[in-house]
Design a binder for this molecule. Structure first.
Ligand code: ACM
Length: 266
């Protein structure tokens, strides 16, 4: 498939209200979309108080396991709408809990990514990702996933691009201000589309307030912002993208990947 209709959903979840948060998210999904990216921890909310609380909300989502209720509901949505979905949740696997991103296709099959670079209190709450930066075939493209704070490590997007990703789906709960600008560079330096789905609103469950910055966006391999939402609105950023643009040949004499000098990097 050469062109693809993509969306980034931006919600305002209330902590712990899973049914209501899912209802809101499903209402934000535009019709006729091939791929929709939803925020990190999109149905639970973000600020867990302790590991026990994460375990209470976490659910199985790995492809070889029976999925929990959030994954089941969003799988139904993918099947009914024909839209491939990428969404963030707390994933239980044995005695581990991961801050994961789930890819669900309209045929009901799924894959997962587990956040590699944990932010702030997440280090006390989650286990660090153990699956690396794999890429997956979905909606006619090669798709990679990373979650929120992974953006500040350029190795995340680079590794996904070297593994063939044409588009990076990036569920987020951003609180620092720099990511929307930085993702323009991640797109440009890797010649990939990036779809960052963030949330808005505020949480202060543990006494330290977190303000989520919205600004969900879709960026082209040329570093163009194809659409972006505002800081305070809920909705869906949308774009129709042309995958030919992910070609790594940027001038007659320059190939972004062939010209790398990894023997001098560290
Ligand atoms: C973040 O990684 N949720 C900032």
């Amino acid at each position: 498939m050469q062109s693809l209709r993509v969306a980034a959903l931006q919600n305002n979840p209330e902590f712990g209200k899973i049914r209501e948060n899912l209802h809101d998210l499903i209402g934000l999904l535009p019709p006729e979309i091939d791929l929709a990216v939803l925020p990190e921890l999109c149905a639970t909310g973000y600020q867990f108080l302790n590991r026990e609380e994460v375990e209470q909300y976490a659910e199985p989502a790995a492809p070889d396991q029976d999925p929990g209720p959030i994954t089941q509901r969003l799988t139904q949505v993918a099947e009914a709408s024909g839209t491939t979905l990428v969404f963030g949740l707390a994933e239980k696997n044995g005695d581990k809990v991961f801050n994961s991103s789930v890819l669900v296709r309209p045929d009901g099959t799924r894959d997962i990514y587990r956040k590699m670079h944990l932010f702030l209190d997440e280090k006390k709450l989650f286990d660090p990702g153990d699956l690396g930066f794999k890429t997956f075939q979905a909606c006619g493209i090669k798709l990679g996933m990373m979650v929120c704070f992974d953006w500040i490590f350029p190795e995340s997007a680079r590794t996904l691009a070297l593994n063939g990703a044409q588009l990076i789906a990036h569920p987020s709960n951003l609180v620092l201000p720099w990511c929307p600008e930085a993702m323009i560079t991640r797109s440009l330096e890797n010649r990939v589309f990036t779809v960052t789905a963030n949330r808005i609103g505020r949480e202060m469950r543990n006494g330290s307030p977190l303000e989520f910055i919205g600004l969900s966006q879709i960026v082209s391999p040329r570093g163009e912002r194809l659409d972006q939402l505002k800081q305070q609105e809920t909705g869906a950023a949308r774009a129709t993208i042309n995958l030919v643009e992910t070609d790594k040949k940027i001038t007659a004499n320059n190939d972004l990947f062939a010209d790398r000098r990894p023997e001098f990097y560290r």
